[in-house]
Design a binder for this molecule. Structure first.
Ligand code: NPG
Length: 377
């Protein structure tokens, strides 16, 4: 396509409850949405992408202001100058900028949405979805106390979620895990996520999680320290899963071969886009390494794309693809994601409309704007 404009919308969406992790506490989701317009084979088309970076650089080095800056001054000018842009070419065109994967991923997603809307194909079909419904898990933040945690977990179990993920950190790990395991029963799917809060000195402590029959422990150590995760994987029976460390397909292969991770959390934003996410999926499928789709408190725009990704055959562990109401009283799309019933209890339906398959509510994008839209041409 020939891109005519790239518009950045910075919005704030209130969360239904604060979300606390080992790196901070959020009460609203401040997020950058990318809207592209252009010409695809003589017809006008438009597409939406969501930049998953947080407001502050606490989960990753990327954050909203930084993403806006790099898109405005480096990435958007390169794409707008190109005679022809395809989703496939975006990463190549933007390769001259080091890193900034979340910013690049949002642009690639918007271009892909515009292309697919023009051709009438859904993102799920484009990716090669193997199912119409995906299993959903839910991520539960750090609570003020165990009773509050158990009440929150109960509400998600009642809603039908097929897997519970608990955020942990030093001082909030064994007791909450024991209490939740007792509440949900020995066989219910339960996993933990440390978001890099531990060090290699904590290996003996983390071994005490083994009796709780967890699906996995996610990213206990800093992202650069693959070697520490190898040590942990040898020391415990709970499978180790990497998130922050996996920034592209080569790192994924390396981490698997070194024995640092036996299951992988795939987040398109973290790896520079959905096309790289599919490559990681394909490699993991070939190597028999299960994957699951991570979440970054996405609005319905990013959620729609995640649900399509999670429909690929290697996604054998329920993802953090929760329903819209897990985070937001109102979603920014006309078709909020709602958990299914009966045989689809705890599942979300993969959108079937062209592109991401959901309709963005311009009224809410306007109402929730933190700044005037930034139109780049
Ligand atoms: O369901 O969208 C979701 C959130 C899932 O826990 C979740 N995400 O580390 O994976 C994570 C975590 C996260 C939250 C990361 C906020 C970054 C910011």
């Amino acid at each position: 396509m020939k891109l005519e404009s790239i518009t950045l919308h910075r919005i704030a969406m209130p969360l239904v409850r604060p979300f606390e992790t080992s790196f901070g506490r959020q009460t609203a989701r401040v997020v950058l949405l990318v809207h592209v317009r252009g010409d695809v084979d003589g017809a006008a088309s438009e597409g939406w992408g969501e930049c998953v970076a947080m407001d502050a650089p606490l989960y990753s080095s990327e954050y909203v202001d930084g993403c806006e800056h790099v898109i405005r001054h480096y990435l958007a000018p390169a794409l707008l100058a190109a005679a022809d842009v395809t989703a496939d070419s975006v990463a190549r065109t933007l390769k001259f900028v080091v890193g900034h994967r979340m910013a690049k991923a949002a642009l690639e997603a918007a271009v892909l949405d515009a292309e697919l809307r023009a051709s009438g194909m859904s993102l799920g079909t484009y990716f090669g979805a193997a199912t119409d419904w995906v299993d959903c898990g839910v991520s539960v933040g750090i609570s003020p106390d165990i009773d509050t945690l158990l009440a929150e977990v109960s509400s998600y179990v009642d809603a039908g979620y097929r897997r519970i993920k608990l955020k942990i950190k030093p001082g909030w790990d064994l007791a909450p895990v024991a209490a939740v395991r007792a509440l949900i029963g020995a066989d219910a799917a339960l996993q933990v996520d440390a978001n890099t809060a531990y060090t290699v000195d904590d290996i003996d402590h983390l071994r005490q999680l083994d009796p709780f029959n967890l699906l996995l422990i996610e990213q206990p150590f800093v992202e650069e320290d693959i070697a520490a995760h190898v040590l942990l994987a040898h020391a415990i029976t709970t499978p180790v899963c990497l998130d922050e460390s996996i920034v592209n397909v080569d790192v994924a292969i390396d981490a698997i071969e070194r024995g640092a991770t036996s299951v992988i959390n795939i987040k398109a934003g973290r790896v520079g886009g959905y096309l790289e996410a599919v490559r990681i999926h394909d490699v993991c499928l070939a190597l028999d390494v299960p994957v699951w789709c991570g979440g970054m408190l996405e609005t319905g725009i990013g959620r729609a794309a995640n649900v399509a990704l999670a429909a690929l055959p290697g996604f054998s562990v329920p993802g953090d693809t929760s329903a819209s109401d897990r985070y937001f009283a109102e979603d920014v799309i006309e078709e909020p994601f709602i958990l299914g019933n009966d045989e689809h209890r705890g599942q979300l339906r993969v959108p079937t409309g062209p592109g991401i398959g959901v309709t963005v509510r311009d009224d809410l994008v306007r109402d929730w704007a933190l700044a005037a839209p930034l139109v780049l041409v």
